[in-house]
Write a protein that binds this ligand. Sequence first.
Ligand SMILES: C[S@@+](CC[C@H](N)C(=O)[O-])C[C@H]1O[C@@H](n2cnc3c(N)ncnc32)[C@H](O)[C@@H]1O
Length: 282
Amino acid sequence: MDGATNGTGERSPEGSNTYTSIKQGTYALKRDFNASTRLTAQHYLWKDVLKFELHPSISIGPDSHIADVATGNGIWLLDLMQNLPSTIKLDGFDISLDQCPPDAWLPDNVNMHTWDLFEEPPARFVGVFDVVHIRLITVAVRNNDPRPILANLHRLLKPGGYIQWDEADSVDWSVRSVHHSVDTQAVERLFQQLCGTHDWKRNMVQILNSSGFHGSLTHRVEYGRSMARFWSDMYMSTWEEFAKVVLKNPEESHMLGVNAMEQVRDGSAINCAKLVWVAQKV
Ligand SMILES: C[S@@+](CC[C@H](N)C(=O)[O-])C[C@H]1O[C@@H](n2cnc3c(N)ncnc32)[C@H](O)[C@@H]1O
């Protein structure tokens, strides 16, 4: 029996304010081997639940040029590359390339570049891409408004080029449990701290359509119960990084983590759908 799907209704106001303490220019997570391992595991969980890397509505050809912005350790780009002809050019961008493989080990058709997505893109990358992909940049979105980021992604694309933006649904999530008697409060509080307030995800289709894109669609997928524990562990690991870098309340975070882990072992898990938005540049 499934219990305690708490939805978005009863969140503590304390939990929704965790992002206000992030100083502008500070990245809310880490870039060490644990952070990179988490990105790698997360990539394969995403691939498992979506069953695609590029949304099936996106058409590419042998001369396509694909960008992955905020590429992290480059896992999305390098995995995608393996099933594409080597004539397709792929460029990864991130404010830091600390997590990427060394340039010398990248295939000839893959390049990585340092770029802050809040700055205008370098001229040589303006209007050259058929596809621009971005995933899991929620922690960097400022003032609950993705439009400054969208404007720069729009600049990278050719007319008619596709944007694909993937995020966890940090607005409409729940905590699932095996039975109503299982306490899930700590898990819920922990995940609320990580989610913050990102209502923009509710309006993304309208935002895209008013930002120089058309044909915008949302693809929403939920993982099943058998995969929920794996996703939950990954989110708790992300939260632990976030708590260390942003919350800086080690004793309270430690206790919350211990209690949440106990509740996970009792049979609860974070239930958080994946969102993929696709649109074409006008
Ligand atoms: C959660 S990771 C996601 C990585 C990758 N997209 C993935 O799905 O595996 C977020 C990435 O955004 C990058 N990032 C944060 N702020 C950025 C900025 N202003 N410009 C470019 N990249 C940024 C971080 O360096 C980090 O690599």
